[in-house]
Design a protein around this ligand. Sequence first.
Ligand SMILES: [Zn+2]
Length: 197
Amino acid sequence: MGGRGSGRSSSFSMTVDKTNEFHSIDLAWLGRRKLLNPGQWSTLTWSRRGQTTGSIRLEVFQSAVRLVYRHRPSGGDWQDVSEWVPLVETETPFGGRRQWFECVSCRARCRILYGGGRFRCRRCRRLRYESQYEPPFARAATRALKIRERLGDRSGIDDPFPPKPKHMRWKTYERLETEYDRLNDAWAVGIMARFRP
Ligand SMILES: [Zn+2]
C-alpha cells in the first residue's frame, strides 16, 4: 500500500504536550509511518486535551515537501500559506543515506521543523521567539529575511537579492536593497566573529 506516486492520502493526529508548545513536523516520525513517498499527501493534525490546535496538508515530492496551511499573524487576517521545504540527503558512515529538511530561513539541515507562524528549524524558532535575547547579528538576519519576505521571496539570507515585484516602486525597491546589504553585512560579520575557531 502507499506505493510511489500512488497519490494515497492519509490523516494523522499528534498530541501537543506541555514541553512542546510548538506544532512540530518530525522527519523520522513521518518516515516511520511511511508518509514520505513521492506523490503522497497527508493531513497532519495537532491537538491538546482533545482540542484540535492546528492542521496542515503535507505533500511529498522527489526532493521537497510542500506544506499547505492557514496562518493568522497576531492581529492580522488569515493567510493561505504554501511552503516548499527542500529535502536533502547525506551519507551515513556505514554507507546508508539519511534524509533531512533544509530550513527555509537559514538553510541548515534539520530533522524537526517547528511551527508558530512558519515552519522553521529549532534555531530559527528560538531567534524569533526570544528576540529580546537575540545577539545583534541574529536580529540583523531576522530583519533581512523580513525584507526578502516583503519581496515575496523565502529563500536563504545568502541567496541573490530577489527581483523587484511588479507592483513595487523602484525607489522603494532600491531603499530595501540598500538596507538589505547593510543587514546582510552585519549578519555575516557577526557570524564570522562568533564561529571563528
Ligand atoms: Zn533555520
